[in-house]
Design a protein around this ligand. Sequence first.
Ligand SMILES: C[S@@+](CC[C@H](N)C(=O)[O-])C[C@H]1O[C@@H](n2cnc3c(N)ncnc32)[C@H](O)[C@@H]1O
Ligand code: SF4
Length: 290
Amino acid sequence: MIDPVVVDWQITSRCTRNCGFCFGPKSEPDLSHRDVRKVVNNLKNLGTRAIELTGGEPLMRPDIDEIIQYIRKLEIGLCLFTNCDLYFQHRESIIENVNVIGIPIEGPNEDIHDGLRGKESFVAVMNALKDAHSNSEAKFQICTIVSAQNYLSLESIEHILYPFEDRIVLWKLYELINYPQKGQNNKFKIRKKVFDKYCMPKLGKRLDKNKILFDTLKRRNRSYFLMKPNGDVFVPLLGLHPREFCVGNLLAEPQKTKENWNRWVSPEGYAKPYRSVFRKDLELKRQFLD
Ligand SMILES: C[S@@+](CC[C@H](N)C(=O)[O-])C[C@H]1O[C@@H](n2cnc3c(N)ncnc32)[C@H](O)[C@@H]1O
Ligand code: SF4
């Protein structure tokens, strides 16, 4: 049986934005602070070494600073995926505790990025990136969803990332995930063939090619330990009709959930370096995963 060494937790479904492509949870209730701590304890007991907080927007939780500090107190590695809207309200706890900040950049300028994420998002992410680069030791995972609106701008995104390249561990280009039941808009989708022809061959002129990864639906299939706000654990099944398959609840039945997850996850897919930023960086790996 394998341990869920790296866990992705959609810790809240609330958000400051409403991006049309978003596959995140919608209108699901948060756990209480006490139950969040119980889930973190349960994860520690199951062998978790790194938690990637995502959402929704994790910084929307009023107790997020305490959660961040609690995770680090248990010596669990922490990656925080944030749209950066509330970065400066939580700056201190982020720059002191977070090992990796996951920052979304959808375009090289306001026109393209804000066209996809909404007003003032580009300024927010660039200000957070500059601040964390100058004033913390955090590393960065940059996230870009490759869409019809930005696939011709990926080289220019690489250009604006260059000043931060010393601390970028991973630039993950996501193939758009479209769950039909979540009412996402299909206008963003490009075909993999188009990506293969126009995108990847042009990248890697400024950033190390090894840091750039196209995370396809195929790679994502059965290779996550993904938690919902309430502690339900899901395995993404990404065939013809993508869905998230629930294997149990981490608050109610941690051990049984781990066993059931083991029946569904692909151990090879889960263990691959591209699966998580903690596996992609030797120093993080030594610190948390070895
Ligand atoms: C759901 S968001 C939550 C964290 C934060 N609110 C943000 O936007 O970065 C986590 C990551 O999932 C990506 N994402 C959202 N919808 C997606 C989709 N339909 N397909 C692939 N990636 C998606 C986002 O770009 C982001 O990098
Ligand atoms: S900011 Fe993140 S969670 Fe919020 S709607 Fe956009 S992608 Fe989804």
